[in-house]
Design a protein around this ligand. Structure first.
Ligand code: HDD
Length: 683
């Protein structure tokens, strides 16, 4: 379906290259572009070669500064549609009419690494959405964690300097495991809650399509009567929230650094559109002070058990950009891009952001006219007296000041009834001071809440992550100081981390014991068990039973899974019946870490090293493994501790005799569970 944004994009597409010959920027046709203009065959190049000079100059100027944070990303277009009118609490036009689809552009990102860094690093993921609403652009610039590392934006340069590669040697790329970050963390306890999220598997999402998004700050909805309600925004992925394991994530960094970007692109191209539900936690103004934390503190969540998340609409991403640079690189988000019905709070982090984003775009996009860039252009009309500047794309006519009579007073001012933005009227008074509010003081309670809400395997992964990260820190006192901080979150956690990194965990600290919030555990966010878009590897060799492979592939594909046949070499394999079966990929070009599950069909041979490695790696990373017929015995020999006889076991290993009708269903059910953590170790 073509929406207003797509029509606008169509109107600014570059001419079709097949419509005419190659030209210069001035539209002059070019007859030869492979040799510069010279005197004689070997002679000097001539300055008058305008085509050469233009071509090289344009190339020299192709790069713009990358984002200072969130440089690495991937984006897509789609739409947002509310379930019902939200008029009771907001007048935002795009949240009134359930039949209105608002076009969106979403950019996902990592934070620390540069543009060319790997996708599957341990990091926060950005989740920024631009809604092209009838009342102008609204940007919800969020992350996949609901909390942030610092409470006041004035600390942002300090935090970012600490987490970015170290200044003397620009190491490490795309990683937080280094001295300066942990030095900062150990001295700045407000980071601890978000650090717990960073050490959890939330920091290594399986896919952008399988992560939650959060607006992080408390914002405000304002209804037509001018009444405000505090609001926290949540995106919930339809496919559930799923993560990688750290060992796997590291291997993918080498095998396919574009893992998350490719996944987003490929699924949209395949028509398997990613979808999220937008939910809101609504807090009446009179309840502002009824929590044991401050609503203005971005290092705190409002537990869902305390204030439920109310679903208000859904977002579907259904179109890849046509040009990465023009769209994904040049998109400019800004927390201050709000529309009538959505307002800010005095959260000091948000207030700083409201300054920073516009400021950064001026530099990154080369001047004040970046809203003319197609991906940034609102579908709502723009009429004002802002003029000139670098890269002015429009020819303004008429007067350029208000008030005027010579231009018939245009553009005229709107009333709020006609859609004008009006900031919420609010009484504010107090002393001018530079001091953090004492209501922001408790840094340990919610770090403990997060820890106590995790399942056993999630806690183990957090311990492993702390051990990895601190183990890479060369300054022993930084390790010790961080562990000291952890003793104020959980004695068990501190002890387990201390043992792994060779420092002592002091005893006797008081740790908070908040009631767990089950909504925080990945265990409770797995989705409905759908296997849609799951990548399933079928390992085939000569001798395979092709009838069963084909039947299983069809059944799994019908449920939306992506099934690929992998063989030691590309081309075809010979089947048991003497025919041939086409192969999708050769094993040396892929790896187990790029798949969600593996299937071993009857008749295939598992003596080859690459095949055995594939199966063992899948097992180590908790992935479902299915084997039938003779392959089941081969699997038993390969993973003796894991195969406990025919059928489905708790370890996600499914075996069955050839021709067993229930095998496909049992295997699909295991794939829908994503991972199995409680497995006997490999021999
Ligand atoms: Fe930020 C980019 C999210 C705090 C300053 N931020 C940026 C992006 C996301 C976020 C998703 C990438 C947008 C895109 O895809 O182009 N940032 C957050 C969240 C924060 C946060 C959820 C805390 C709740 N940010 C934050 C602070 C400051 C900034 C406190 C500065 C005071 N952020 C920026 C920036 C960036 C940016 C420097 C870099 C590129 C850009 O804006 O366009 O202005």
């Amino acid at each position: 379906m073509t929406d207003e944004k797509q029509k606008q994009r169509d109107s600014v597409r570059a001419p079709d290259p097949s419509d005419g010959p190659l030209t210069t920027d001035q539209g002059v046709a070019v007859e030869h572009t492979d040799d510069s203009l010279t005197v004689g065959d070997r002679g000097p190049t001539l300055l008058e070669d305008f085509h050469f000079r233009e071509k090289i100059t344009r190339f020299d100027h192709e790069r713009i500064p990358e984002r200072v944070v969130h440089a690495r990303g991937a984006g897509a277009y789609g739409f947002f549609q509310p379930y019902a009118s939200c008029a009771d609490f907001t007048r935002a036009a795009f949240l009134q009419d359930p039949s209105l689809r608002t076009p969106v552009f979403v950019r996902f990102s990592t934070v620390q690494g540069p543009r060319g860094s790997a996708d599957t690093v341990r990091d926060v993921r950005g989740f920024a959405t631009k809604f092209y609403t009838p009342e102008g652009n609204y940007d919800l610039v969020g992350n996949n964690f609901p909390v942030f590392f610092i409470q006041d934006g004035i600390k942002f340069p300090d935090f970012v300097h600490a987490v970015k590669p170290e200044p003397h040697n620009e190491i490490p790329t795309g990683a937080s495991a280094h001295d300066t970050l942990w030095d900062f963390v150990s001295l700045q306890p407000e980071t601890l809650h978000t650090i717990m999220w960073l050490m959890s598997d939330r920091a290594i999402p399986r896919s952008y399509r399988m992560m939650q998004g959060f607006g992080v700050h408390t914002f405000r909805f304002v209804n037509a009567a001018g009444h405000g309600t505090f609001v926290k925004f949540h995106w919930k992925p339809k496919l559930g929230v799923h993560s990688l394991v750290w060992d796997e994530a590291q291997e993918i960094q080498g095998r396919d650094p574009d893992f998350n970007r490719r996944d987003l692109w490929d699924t949209i191209e395949a028509g398997q559109y990613p979808e999220w539900e937008l939910g809101v936690q609504l807090i009446p103004e009179e309840d502002e002070h009824s929590f044991d934390f401050d609503l203005l503190d971005a290092t705190k969540i409002v537990p869902e058990e305390q204030v439920p998340v109310r679903p208000i609409g859904r977002m579907v991403l259904n179109r890849n950009p046509d040009n990465f640079f023009a769209e994904t690189e040049q998109v400019a988000f800004h927390t201050a891009n709000v529309v009538p019905g959505i307002d800010f709070t005095n959260d000091p982090l948000l207030q700083a952001r409201n300054f920073s984003y516009l400021d950064t775009q001026l530099l990154r996009l080369g001047g004040p006219n970046f809203a003319h860039i197609p991906v940034n252009r609102p579908v709502a009309g723009v009429r004002n007296n802002q003029r000139d500047g670098f890269h002015q794309e429009q020819i303004h006519t008429g007067t350029n000041y208000t008030p005027n009579s010579l231009g018939a007073g245009c553009p005229v001012l709107a009333s709020t009834d006609a859609g004008a933005y009006r900031h919420l009227t609010e009484q504010v008074d107090g002393q001018k001071i530079r001091r953090r509010s004492p209501s922001f003081d408790n840094h340990y309670l919610q770090a403990a809440l997060f820890w106590r809400s995790m399942s056993d395997w999630e806690q183990q992964h957090i311990i492993d992550a702390f051990r990895f990260e601190l183990g890479k820190v060369s300054a022993k006192d930084v390790r010790a100081r961080t562990v000291e901080q952890l003793t104020l979150v959980s004695a068990d956690l501190a002890k387990a981390v201390a043992e792994g990194v060779g420092v002592h965990a002091p005893e006797g600290s008081q740790t908070p014991t908040p009631e767990p919030s089950p909504a925080l555990s990945l265990e409770n966010n797995k989705g409905d068990g759908s296997i849609a878009t799951r990548q399933i590897a079928v390992l085939v060799t000569d001798g395979v039973d092709d009838a069963q492979v084909t039947a299983l592939k069809e059944a799994l594909t019908a449920e939306g899974a992506i099934v690929e046949l992998l063989a030691p070499q590309d081309g075809t394999v010979r089947t048991a019946g003497g025919g041939t079966l086409p192969v999708d990929r050769a094993l040396p070009t892929v790896a187990a870490v790029l798949y969600d599950a593996v299937l071993l069909p009857d008749g295939a041979q598992f003596s080859d090293d690459p095949v055995r490695r594939f199966v063992r790696n899948s097992y180590r990373h908790g992935k479902p493994i299915g084997a039938y017929g003779e392959a089941a015995s081969a699997l038993e020999e390969l993973l003796p501790a894991a195969v406990t006889g025919p059928g489905v076991n708790d370890h996600g290993v499914i075996t069955a005799p050839a021709g067993d009708d229930g095998f496909g269903t049992a295997f699909a059910a295991a794939v829908g569970k994503h991972r199995f953590w409680d497995r006997p170790p490999l021999a």
